[in-house]
Design a protein around this ligand. Structure first.
Ligand SMILES: *[C@@H]1O[C@H](CO)[C@@H](O)[C@H](O)[C@H]1NC(C)=O
Ligand SMILES: *[C@@H]1O[C@H](CO)[C@@H](O)[C@H](O)[C@H]1NC(C)=O
Ligand SMILES: *[C@@H]1O[C@H](CO)[C@@H](O)[C@H](O)[C@H]1NC(C)=O
Ligand SMILES: *[C@@H]1O[C@H](CO)[C@@H](O)[C@H](O)[C@H]1NC(C)=O
Length: 278
């Protein structure tokens, strides 16, 4: 008799509960829905991400408004024995330049990009497909109609912003942000806390968008291929569409070195496949 599998990849992260989660418990519900009820404790952690000191009731109002506009988020495709949900998580490092990873990225089932990540003009290195695009208001870009908007709310204002930017009473072309609202998914704010506490041992102020996206991929994919993280071979941190600007290690409020060390650890023990680029 054939062994019961949870996916069709060689190895399935989703069935590997113990191996990827040795001491790293999985987070039950990475996406937010109208039924969620954030505890005040969790709210108190999340509110530190913003400079204003918001009230819990303002938070609840913001969330309520958003779910009135978008009553249900897109469903995540569940794992299945006849399918391998392989994912390319593509961050924006300059190390993608000249990498020729395009076909390898496009070959994966899901292609997850983030912030101002783009493909036009860079297809050979970064591919052409985008099934999921992670963003927050300050990094928002218009999306193709078949791309999932994966929204990361860092502030109360972010709930209000997305409700206005994608206001479905306004005709598509007049909306501030162009994205298919049927395919929208909102990150559970508690997931950020989970990443900070469980994967970064509470180092730094809060995790970067790129690192949260990577840990999210461990939750929604069976196999994770990671591109465009870290510095390039010259030790420079910059985006692949820009001329090199920053040299040296500059990561603002994020615990960049701790994040990068964890990514390398996950690569060493083959939880992820990590592509270093040029
Ligand atoms: C790989 O390392 C991570 C982080 O330390 C750990 O959570 C995971 O259990 C390890 N996986 C394997 C297969 O050793
Ligand atoms: C949400 O939690 C509050 C207390 O924290 C409780 O009073 C309320 O009934 C809960 N609502 C739902 C829908 O679970
Ligand atoms: C976008 O996709 C939706 C289905 O999710 C469809 O109803 C709509 O017509 C599409 N819009 C465009 C502009 O293609
Ligand atoms: C959405 O647009 C309609 C029509 O312009 C407007 O009446 C409504 O207040 C808007 N809603 C939000 C949340 O901005």
């Amino acid at each position: 008799p054939r062994e019961e599998r949870s996916c069709a990849c060689d190895r399935c992260l989703s069935e590997d509960e113990s191996s990827f989660t040795e001491g790293f418990s999985k987070f039950a519900e990475p996406f937010y829905s109208a039924n969620h009820n954030l505890s005040e404790d969790n709210f108190n952690w999340w509110k530190h991400l913003q400079s204003k000191n918001p009230t819990f009731s303002a938070f609840k109002e913001g969330v309520k408004g958003m779910f009135q506009m978008f009553p249900k988020n897109a469903e995540l495709e569940a794992s299945s024995p006849d399918r391998c949900r392989s994912c390319a998580v593509v961050a924006n490092s300059h190390n993608l330049k000249g990498s020729h990873y395009g076909p390898l990225i496009d070959f994966q089932d899901f292609v997850i990009r983030m912030n101002r990540g783009r493909t036009k003009g860079f297809e050979a290195d970064v591919g052409t497909r985008t099934t999921h695009h992670v963003m927050y208001p300050e990094s928002a870009v218009n999306l193709e109609n078949n791309t999932h908007l994966v929204y990361f709310p860092y502030k109360i204002r972010d709930f209000v912003w997305i409700t206005k930017a994608l206001n479905t009473s306004i005709s598509y072309n007049k909306r501030r942000l162009k994205a298919n609202t049927d395919l929208m998914m909102v990150l559970n704010p508690v997931f950020m806390k989970y990443v900070h506490e469980v994967w970064l041992n509470k180092e730094g102020y809060y995790p970067s968008t790129g690192f949260i996206a990577l840990i999210l991929a461990l939750h929604i994919c069976d196999e994770v291929h990671v591109f465009g993280y870290g510095a390039d071979s010259d030790g420079s941190w910059s985006h692949y569409w820009e001329k090199l600007r920053n040299t040296g290690f500059k990561t603002g409020g994020h615990p960049g070195d701790v994040e990068y060390a964890m990514i390398k650890k996950l690569a060493r023990n083959e939880t992820i496949k990590f592509y270093r680029g040029g």
